[in-house]
Ligand binder design. Sequence first.
Ligand SMILES: [Zn+2]
Length: 270
Amino acid sequence: MKILIAADMEGVSGVTCWEETQNTHNEYARFRRIMTEEVSAAIVGAARGGADEFVVADGHGDGINILIEEVDARAKLNSGIASPLSMMEGIDQNTAGVIFIGYHARAGSQDAVLAHTWSNARIANVWLNDIPVGEYGLNAAVAGYYGVPILMVTGDQTACSQAFELIGPLEMVVVKRATGYYSAECLSPKVSLRMIEKTAERAVLRLLDGSAPHPFIIQTPVNVTIEFRQPEWAERSERLPGAKRLDSVRITFRAPDMLAAYAGFRVAVN
Ligand SMILES: [Zn+2]
């Protein structure tokens, strides 16, 4: 039973500012270690539940955060950008389920540490078929393309509740309670890691007993709408074949399936 651990960094316990997630800052070394430990805890728990193959996608920034020499040795680590499936690299039809680690709420959310969607500088909102989504939604829809359910999410309370609301009754671990964009009440890793282990075990057991959420499947064709923060970005991306400008900051395009939608979205953001 193969599990994909899709990891980000803003939702890791302890992180409350961008600098802690940027390799130019000296505090980054601490938080990449905690990110690595949270991924390992998910593997330990999922293995206890019955999973026996673990693929990890390092989905933050340049994808070079997780320490390969420290992460659980059962992990095969997809690192670096731009990999074909980015934050979901490693997913395929043979994947039984996905665990989101270190996730954050979508751009514009209240009480949500570092809430953003893909690019904090460029993106204000994203919709798939008129459903507002953050990274949890885009990535869950990619898993849905392969018929794979999202089993679990970790992050602050807003990230977890947004994922729950969109995807269904997945397992979650609130590793910090956001009190603002740059503030949160954080659990000690000694506590959060144990919670992640236990919850990942339960998430896999629920997959086995048939009570895990259904795959999050977006109807095709997929209409992708992006609201940029500045007209400049809408101007650039409306030149993509098939893209239409809706107003000064919004573009939309239609993709035949979720993989094409994801690829188009990534190109538009870049
Ligand atoms: Zn990130």
